[in-house]
Design a protein around this ligand. Structure first.
Ligand code: SF4
Ligand code: SF4
Length: 161
């Protein structure tokens, strides 16, 4: 990782992954979000109108001195990340919404009741100014669901280059 800033950081950017979600619209969609939030280490946030799930998990190759253990062969997403607007100093990232618990979602739904029916799927533009280390576009495996039939956001092979 470039930049002297990393010398003062405990590698915040190596301790989570964030994946895009379809924008929830119906009560059923929001119930799925609530299910995510019932799990420890899960947060959901909205930025620039796009919804993301944030999973707190530390990279297997983060060393005890907070340095990368596979620096020469680290993934593309790690190579492209820089100290400019990184996790160390970006504050709240300009989140429009941030849900850390199901109660946060309940508060949101009290003000923004879900729709009765789902509209057509929205198309997302590619964001130019990514702060979080996250995957930009959803590339889900076909028809992979959990035991409840909820689609799982499985990464396609080779997504990280
Ligand atoms: S969060 Fe920023 S300062 Fe910390 S290790 Fe990552 S790039 Fe470096
Ligand atoms: S591969 Fe290295 S830079 Fe990338 S998340 Fe893991 S420890 Fe951090």
């Amino acid at each position: 990782m470039p930049g002297i800033l990393c010398e003062h950081c405990t590698a915040a950017c190596c301790r989570y992954i964030a994946l895009p979600l379809d924008e929830p619209q119906t009560a059923s969609d929001f119930d799925d979000i609530r299910w995510y939030l019932l799990h420890e280490g899960i947060q959901v946030f909205v930025e620039d109108g796009d919804w993301y799930i944030l999973i707190s998990t530390t990279c297997r190759h983060l060393r005890s001195d907070h340095r990368c253990g596979i620096y020469e062969t680290r993934p593309r997403i790690c190579r492209e990340y820089s100290t400019e607007n990184c996790d160390y100093h970006s504050g709240d990232y300009g989140w429009q919404q941030h849900f850390a618990t199901p109660e946060h979602l309940d508060e949101y739904l009290a003000k923004h009741p879900p729709r009765a029916k789902r509209r057509g799927r929205s198309t997302r533009g590619r964001r130019k100014n990514l702060h979080r280390r996250r995957i930009e576009a959803p590339r889900y495996a076909d028809a992979v669901t959990d035991v409840r039939g909820v689609p799982l956001p499985l990464l396609m092979p080779g997504l990280r280059g």
